[in-house]
Design a protein. Structure first.
Length: 227
């Protein structure tokens, strides 16, 4: 699936930066979520000045990122979806930041396959049983394990509540930001197309945005809600 043309993507990124500025997040990092779109989405985002690209699916990420890098486009690739341990090996060399590390088995696998990898620990701050992420009560142990395995824990990542309730979103984001500060971390990855103003208000340093840049994508049964 092709992305909108370069001019449209550039305009949407400008609009997104203005949204961030109005929300008080001028310095917030944008991760352009290119899942479901072709390699042209990466090109358009990079040419518009975006430094980070996010992908959700290993099978889609590997060939797309390889092609983009053959063209010489410079960007960081962030894996942001739920990750099975048996997919880690295929992603080594393609992923720069592992954003969805949420359990001990995944810590061990990344440490074994990609020593010294940069990671964000995903937090389930909403208490939803079907949502990825480590519960806040188990967060310290997982961060400690990742550090013991010599992974570079740069920060935390979270996803707002599925129902999008603003109050619950604010509570979840505030709890995540508090944990970032308590653990002495620097990156707080929270906020997507529909809730980024709340995220900025609660101290996000990184937003993961797809729809507001590239438009709606064709949804697949395995897809999580659009960033």
């Amino acid at each position: 699936m092709s992305a909108p043309d370069a001019e449209a993507v550039s305009g949407r990124i400008d609009d997104l930066r203005e949204r961030l500025r109005r929300a008080g997040g001028s310095g917030v990092e944008i991760v352009a979520v290119t899942k479901g779109f072709g390699v042209d989405a990466i090109e358009h985002a990079v040419r518009a000045g975006v430094r980070c690209v996010g992908e959700n699916f290993a099978q889609e990420l590997v060939p797309k990122v390889a092609e983009a890098r053959r063209h010489g486009w410079s960007f960081e690739c962030h894996f942001i979806g739920r990750l099975q341990t048996n997919k880690v090996r295929s992603l080594v060399g393609a992923v720069d930041v592992w954003q969805s590390v949420d359990r001990a088995a995944l810590v061990h696998e990344i440490a074994a396959r990609c020593p010294g990898a940069r990671v964000l620990i995903q937090v389930n701050a909403t208490g939803e049983a079907d949502k990825g992420g480590v519960p806040l009560g188990q967060l310290d142990d997982l961060v400690g394990l990742a550090r013991d395995r010599e992974l570079v824990v740069e920060g935390l990542m979270t996803v707002g509540p599925t129902d999008g309730d603003p109050t619950r979103t604010q509570v979840a984001f505030r709890a995540t930001r508090s944990a970032v500060d308590r653990l002495g971390l620097t990156v707080c990855s929270m906020g997507m197309s529909d809730d980024l103003e709340i995220a900025i208000g609660e101290g996000s340093t990184m937003v993961r945005v797809g729809t507001a840049i590239f438009g709606a994508r064709v949804r697949r049964e395995r897809d999580r809600p659009d960033p």
